[in-house]
Write a protein that binds this ligand. Structure first.
Ligand code: ZN
Length: 316
């Protein structure tokens, strides 16, 4: 029997965060014994912090890291190095810290690991919400000075967003998610984050660590994201809309309605995230909050129903 003729559904790993909200429980239906606020759902994750388990079928109970290591045919035959991507749903009850990520070259030259190409698909947000993306510093000296002086209002660039928007947070972009925003975050599988500013908050009685010297070094200046860089996803049904084409991954969103969505396939593999509604994939029932992998070489999969599905394909 061919290994790649089955979709792989993954069980998300939930994380408590000091800034977390309530929606991962109430609106997404995720169950967790964790007592505190849930901030992150690691929907598709294969690293030391979360290793998603397969929910059913032939690989039930096995972890993504094991499949990645032992079943390269599921991933287009090429599984050297780390699993390439990490997909999260983030529910920000409060503002998240201002941070920046390095690219691969900087990460490898400073302790190893991957850089981080990140992007955001806005699932929900308050009216007139803004995200922090980029800065108003004109040169690195000015960036350093504004950070030293705590001139956050002048330094940090804010971009207005609404539900359904998409923006890229390339390496070197100062960024922060703001209170009330709920989003799908797709990124390289990396845990390198340089925290620049944390609003003076305490965790277990202590200020959280900042990483100013690396942060200043990797931040792109001048660089800010404007409304023109934000993609407003269009409501055209059953047509995949390309949101991101980066050196690390391509991402599409598709508003499925009825039975006429085009079939999906990849020679490498696809990560699928059902973000709203419900329907079927090749007859398997799916609904909001389910996450799956379409193996490389899997026959084209048919989406049906009334739902929003985002699809991501690794490039490298
Ligand atoms: Zn980030």
């Amino acid at each position: 029997m061919k290994e790649n003729n089955e979709l792989i559904f993954l069980k998300p790993v939930l994380k408590e965060r000091i800034w977390g909200g309530t929606r991962l429980r109430t609106e997404w239906g995720y169950d967790s014994d964790l007592p505190g606020a849930l901030g992150e759902c690691w929907a598709v994750s294969c690293n030391g912090q979360a290793d998603c388990e397969v929910m059913g079928g032939r690989y039930r109970g096995r972890h993504l890291s094991e499949l990645w290591k032992k079943c390269p045919e599921l991933f287009g035959g090429e599984t050297k190095g780390d699993f390439p991507l990490l997909v999260k749903i983030i529910d920000a009850g409060e503002d998240l810290s201002v941070q920046v990520h390095p690219d691969d070259a900087y990460a490898q030259a400073h302790g190893g690991g991957n850089g981080k190409w990140e992007c955001w698909y806005i699932l929900d947000c308050p009216e007139h919400a803004e995200l922090i993306a980029g800065s108003h510093a004109t040169c690195r000296d000015e960036l350093e000075q504004m950070i030293r002086e705590g001139a956050w209002d002048t330094l940090l660039n804010r971009v207005p967003i609404r539900k359904g928007d998409f923006l890229r947070v390339d390496p070197g972009t100062l960024h922060a998610i703001t209170a009330g925003v709920e989003l799908l975050e797709v990124q390289q599988n990396s845990d390198i984050t340089y925290r620049i500013y944390d609003y003076g908050r305490h965790q277990n009685g202590k200020l959280r660590e900042l990483h100013l010297s690396d942060g200043v070094e990797v931040t792109r200046v001048p660089y800010c994201i404007t409304s023109a860089d934000v993609i407003h996803t269009d409501p055209q049904e059953n047509v995949p809309q390309l949101l991101a084409d980066t050196p690390q991954y391509r991402m599409w969103t598709i508003a499925v309605n009825g039975t006429s969505a085009p079939k999906i396939k990849s020679e490498r593999f696809l990560i699928g995230n059902v973000l709203d509604g419900n329907g079927t994939i090749d007859g398997m029932e799916v609904r909001k909050g389910m996450h799956f992998i379409v193996p490389g070489g899997y026959m084209p999969a048919q989406l049906e129903g009334r739902m929003r599905v985002n699809l991501t394909e690794p490039v490298s």
